[in-house]
Design a protein around this ligand. Structure first.
Ligand code: CA
Ligand code: CA
Ligand code: CA
Length: 322
């Protein structure tokens, strides 16, 4: 069974021969989170067995109600973890290139939300980006096999200014920029297991927010900056979505399914959270994109078989995106 879980395992086994390594937020029209124009980007892993198994992970965009999924990327790379630019015009994602079943490179890419003008950011060697609120930088985590693996990097969207923010022997990854641009949340095992940490956007001022022996991962700042959603296996070995105040207080479990519940993404108005779950296909580990209210109520799927769908990122929507 091909699935995104297997893909992540493959990506963490990446072996690289070498990996060399602003603009203001426009006043373009915005729409309400659940209304016309609000979009969710995600990764779709095709079940089309006629395709080469390493070319089937692509970026899609759908309406926030799950309707009208549209394919955005057409690459030989496995395209993962899309995030929206603040103006909703572009997407950033990670592309993993496989040769004969072995991951040989990983790179950050930018692409217009209509699928045009794809641009590689050379030397990035990473995955799972977060776009700065000012729109001029991308943060991402470098992957195993990179010259500087398991670090949080930032790079300007014009490809300049690649900077290692963490410089730690620990496994650091999955950055999330705070809405005011001053902080970056991320996960790190520097205390022995995965915890949620926050640092200033220049890498200074480290602060630990979770303290337990479970894996606490993939923080996502709420649009008003007051909350951080994350995933943890503290109550369920298959993980659930949690939310806490941005200072780490009031950690609250939002999902209780027996499946894996992963990858929270806030709606632009902060009232809903998209995530992915294999709760309906636990044995096969096939994930679908779900949505719930921010208090955990009304959990329901937005995508369905035959494809596996994950890595949801809720965008602001934009009048120019059909
Ligand atoms: Ca590190
Ligand atoms: Ca922990
Ligand atoms: Ca669960």
């Amino acid at each position: 069974m091909r699935n995104i879980n297997a893909l992540i395992i493959a990506a963490t086994a990446i072996a690289l021969a070498g990996c060399e390594a602003t603009g203001p937020v426009p006043d373009s029209p915005r729409v309400s989170a659940s209304g016309l124009g609000s979009k969710i980007a995600f990764t779709r892993l095709s079940d089309d067995q006629s395709q080469d198994e390493f070319t089937v992970a692509e970026i899609y965009v759908m309406n926030a109600d799950g309707s009208e999924p549209r394919r955005i990327t057409h690459n030989t790379t496995w395209d993962l973890g899309p995030v929206w630019s603040p103006d909703g015009d572009r997407l950033a994602f990670g592309g993993v290139q496989f040769v004969n079943g072995v991951a040989v490179s990983a790179s950050m890419y930018l692409i217009n939300a209509d699928g045009s003008e794809q641009l590689e950011l050379p030397g990035t060697c990473g995955n799972f980006p977060s776009w700065s609120p000012e729109g001029d930088q991308i943060a991402f985590g470098s992957v195993p096999g990179c010259p500087s693996a398991n670090e949080i990097f930032v790079i300007n969207t014009d490809g300049t200014g690649l900077t290692n923010l963490t410089n730690s022997p620990a496994v650091d990854g999955r950055p999330s920029w705070s809405p005011n641009g001053r902080k970056i949340a991320f996960n790190s095992n520097r205390d022995g297991d995965a915890e949620i940490w926050v640092m200033n956007a220049d890498g200074s001022g480290l602060e630990q927010l979770t303290f337990n022996s479970a894996s606490d991962q993939v923080p996502k700042w709420s649009p008003n900056g007051r909350k951080i959603a994350f995933q943890s296996n503290r109550d369920d070995p298959r993980f659930d979505i949690y939310v806490m105040n941005a200072d780490g207080s009031e950690q609250t479990r939002l999902t209780t399914s027996e499946g894996r519940d992963l990858g929270a993404s806030w709606s632009p108005d902060g009232k809903q959270i998209a995530f992915d779950s294999d709760r309906d296909h636990i044995a096969e580990q096939i994930r679908q994109v779900f949505v719930m209210n921010a208090d955990g109520t009304d959990q329901r799927p937005l995508t369905a078989l035959p494809s596996e769908n994950a890595h949801a990122c809720w965008g602001p929507g934009h009048a120019s995106v059909p």
